[in-house]
Design a protein around this ligand. Structure first.
Ligand code: FAD
Length: 313
């Protein structure tokens, strides 16, 4: 009896490993089994991915989507700057679009930007081409695709105001172009069809290079003065409650500097949890629970997570 249970579980894991192999077969990009995801996140936290894939181009994304769908292997897209990956990592395929980094100019101050382009690179490009409209995003480290999915924003603006259309590869490998009018963007979320965002059309406007550069520099300085940028983090942990700021309520509850292991509520900005060295996801989650409980007790506010919690505990 015992032997047959062992046999079954070995057979299951062999077939899972085989399905993973088939899911990534024939790709031209980079494939890494048992990839340590902490190296791919701004928090420097997270267990391994069964397999991490960096597709070479959109054709590769299409092939990967089709094969993972056929093999019933789960797929997760990782930019890495607003996620907390649990300590046992992510089962299935994790996709990084780091190799999709082309930017193409189209008539009428429109940019077609591949999903893996980082916001800092994109803003640098816009400054060089005297294109205004993205200054609000100065200092956001995520990919342009991640910023669309999350409808990233600051007190100066939001992603939704520049998005003209989005290109998505569906789970079955079909390319879908969605106009912005058919997408609902809300506070840190959007309603996009299921799939991988591989490109975005952005509507910008001609501007004066020196003006654009000034706004960007001023905002970067403001961030350096108010955010703990020298330590690993995932940006803001909680969404702002209605008509208030999460940082303010956490600070008012006396939680600046509260810590579990190496995870600590920043003393510079209370809506950031920083990794002071070897913090685990378990440390961060335990600190989050502590913060939520104290804030709820003292103010009645129920803080909601902004960062995405993924993977296995
Ligand atoms: C220091 C610091 C400052 C920050 N400041 C801000 C800020 O001011 N404002 C703000 O809004 N955010 C901020 N962030 C958070 C983060 O940069 C943004 O939320 C960004 O939009 C996340 O992009 P990402 O590529 O890292 O995606 P991730 O964080 O990896 O992913 C976020 C979600 O989007 C999904 N996703 C990512 N890429 C794709 C894709 N190609 N196709 C489909 N789904 C995808 C993921 O699966 C996940 O569900 C900050 C982060 C840090 C570390």
């Amino acid at each position: 009896m015992r032997r047959s249970v062992q046999h079954e579980s070995r057979a299951r894991s062999t077939s899972r490993a085989h399905r993973l192999q088939l899911a990534v077969a024939g790709l031209r990009g980079t494939i890494c089994f048992h990839a340590p995801l902490k190296e791919y996140t701004s928090f420097h936290i997270g267990g391994p991915a069964d397999v991490l894939v960096q597709p070479a181009d959109v054709e590769d994304v299409i092939r990967l989507s089709r094969q993972t769908f056929e093999q019933r292997v789960p797929i997760f897209v990782l930019g890495g700057t607003n996620v907390l990956i649990r300590d046992k990592g992510i089962r299935g395929v994790v996709v990084s679009l780091a190799k999709l980094r082309a930017i193409r100019e189209e008539p009428g101050s429109v940019l077609y930007v591949e999903g893996g382009v980082g916001m800092p690179t994109l803003i640098g490009y816009a400054i060089r081409r005297s294109l205004a409209g993205l200054e609000w995003a100065a200092g956001i480290p995520g990919s342009v695709a991640g910023c669309v999915v999350m409808n990233a924003g600051t007190r100066l603006g939001e992603m939704k105001s520049s998005v003209k259309a989005v290109r998505i590869v569906s789970p079955k490998g079909t390319v879908i172009d969605r106009q912005a009018e058919s997408i609902d963007f809300a506070y840190r979320r959007s309603t996009l069809p299921l799939g991988i965002v591989v490109g975005v059309w952005l509507q910008l406007k001609p501007g004066l290079k020196s003006d654009i550069e000034k706004v960007v520099k001023d905002y970067l300085r403001f961030r350096r003065d108010t955010q703990p940028l020298s330590l690993p983090s995932a940006g803001c942990v909680f969404k702002n409650p209605k008509n208030d700021s999460a940082g303010r309520v956490v600070e008012a509850a006396g939680l600046k500097g509260a810590a579990v292991g190496d995870a600590c509520v920043s003393t510079k900005h209370a809506n950031f949890i920083v990794n002071q060295g070897q913090a685990s996801a378990r440390d961060v989650l335990s600190l989050i629970r502590k913060v939520r409980a104290k804030v709820a007790r003292q103010t009645g506010v129920k803080l909601e997570l902004e960062l995405k919690l993924v993977g296995q505990a």
